[in-house]
Design a protein. Structure first.
Length: 333
């Protein structure tokens, strides 16, 4: 039984606690913490979590906590991950791993001191059955080499305080990971373009177009529309030498009525990828119990962070900027 502490008791934190408590028999949430202590106390009562801590640091140092799940605000991730890694505790951190490449590098440096992987980043799309099947076909070689990816990431709307840069660091970050995973190549150049703007925008660029080139010449374009006004819509097509692969839409009943034929669209990311989240968390727990995490690593978090930073720096320059990363440490090869 893996005893877990969860930092961050918001929407995704509560969903992960529910998974760990009720869907994964090999895990038990023994502690929780949140910036708002009242939120942690409510979660404790709702899900039967014994320990409530006022700070993430206190939870990480708690002797009963064997592994840590981090779902707090983006800018707090790095300090919690680093603290847990220093203690040699396993960590599952929701994206992003950190908001700066320097913080990602510090995490990897500390992790290497233990000579084993301790961190998994929550890029759950790798566990989605649709993406997983696309990856299987690509790696099989039956369609020849992958040449390019066309992708879309569309959200219904955004809350107060959303900024243009977050369209990359908080939204397109998933495409930055899953596209390099599908193609099996690192990024060489990156650029983000501002296009004709939607009336659904509220003080931020929407849509944006992300353009990427991999080191082996692959090309990727991603439409990032953070407020489309109609649904949560994720699309991905991989163009290969001998055919194409399309990400399937979520299963939906086809309704015929009043001379129309329609299917339901989802509006919530948690509903769209609920199966991927379940598979991801169960796999993380199982792999830790049996030796260590096998999912997206600190290096993957770092690669996405560097690409996101380059994309945001490219805005308004009308040119590609190079994606420069440190040499990949042996631990992550």
């Amino acid at each position: 039984m893996l005893k877990i502490g969860v930092i961050g008791c918001g929407a995704i934190g509560k969903k992960h606690i529910h998974r760990l408590q009720y869907l994964i028999p090999q895990s038990e949430v023994v502690a929780c913490a949140d910036y708002f202590v009242e939120a942690a106390q409510k979660v404790s009562e709702l899900y039967g979590v014994a320990g409530v801590y006022e700070t993430g640091e206190e939870l990480i140092h708690a002797p009963e906590v064997e592994a840590v799940v981090i779902t707090s605000s983006d800018d707090s991730h790095a300090k919690y991950v680093l603290e847990a890694v220093k203690l040699g505790k396993q960590v599952f951190c929701e994206k992003p791993l950190a908001v700066t490449a320097a913080d990602c590098e510090a995490i990897m440096e500390e992790e290497q001191k233990h000579n084993k992987k301790l961190v998994q980043v929550g890029f759950m799309r790798r566990y989605d059955p649709g993406y997983a099947e696309m990856k299987r076909v690509i790696d099989s070689g039956e369609l020849g080499a992958p040449l390019m990816i066309h992708a879309c990431h569309r959200n219904v709307a955004q809350g107060p305080g959303f900024k243009t840069e977050m369209g990359i660091t908080n939204v397109a970050i998933h495409e930055l990971d899953v596209c390099r995973w599908l193609l099996g190549a690192e990024y060489k150049n990156a650029q983000v373009l501002k296009v004709k703007q939607s009336s659904c925008s509220e003080g931020y660029d929407n849509p944006q177009i992300v353009l990427l080139e991999t080191e082996d010449g692959g090309r990727i374009d991603v439409e990032v529309q953070v407020a489309d006004g109609y649904g949560y819509d994720i699309q991905c097509q991989v163009v290969c030498e001998k055919g194409t692969l399309n990400l399937p839409d979520p299963m939906s009943v086809v309704k015929r009525t009043a001379a129309t034929r329609s299917t339901r669209l989802l509006t919530d990311w948690a509903d769209r990828f609920i199966e991927a989240y379940d598979i991801e968390m169960a796999d993380w727990v199982e792999k830790i119990i049996n030796g260590g995490p096998a999912g997206p690593s600190s290096w993957d978090g770092y690669a996405a962070c560097v690409a996101a930073d380059v994309l945001n720096r490219s805005r308004g320059t009308d040119r590609f900027l190079p994606v420069k990363m440190i040499d990949k440490p042996g631990l992550y090869k």
